[in-house]
Ligand binder design. Sequence first.
Ligand SMILES: [Zn+2]
Ligand SMILES: [Zn+2]
Length: 146
Amino acid sequence: MTKSEFNPIYQTLRMAMMQPHRDGNGGETEDVYFGVLGSFTEAELSAGTALLMRERDRKWFPTTGEWLAAVDKAKALQALTPVAEPRGWTIECDHCDDTGWQRYFCPGDRTCGRPSVHASHDFVRVCSCRPTNRTWHRHHQAGSRA
Ligand SMILES: [Zn+2]
Ligand SMILES: [Zn+2]
């Protein structure tokens, strides 16, 4: 998150809490808060700020620790919300169409690894995408043989 992203969120909460700041323009205090909260993304901080502004008993601008806790809470809440899988089928691997098996054609020579000449045939090999193919993993969870 950049300071220019941070500033509007900071100002929003400051206005919401209606607390005058000792350093006049709020600039120095803002730097202190940015030092603590600047590592969050803008979306994370916005979500935490929304939680703070909805706290019924809150009357004052939060401490850095309170704001930090609110962002952590917002992140935890979001983690509980399942992300919907995108509709529509997308193939992750063009080589195997996410089956985990890459198809080859052997004209009958040693392409497939057999030592002697033989009739042409199709054969498959384990596709190199398996370690990273999420679709393949989804279909091969829980004990099924690869
Ligand atoms: Zn593949
Ligand atoms: Zn062959």
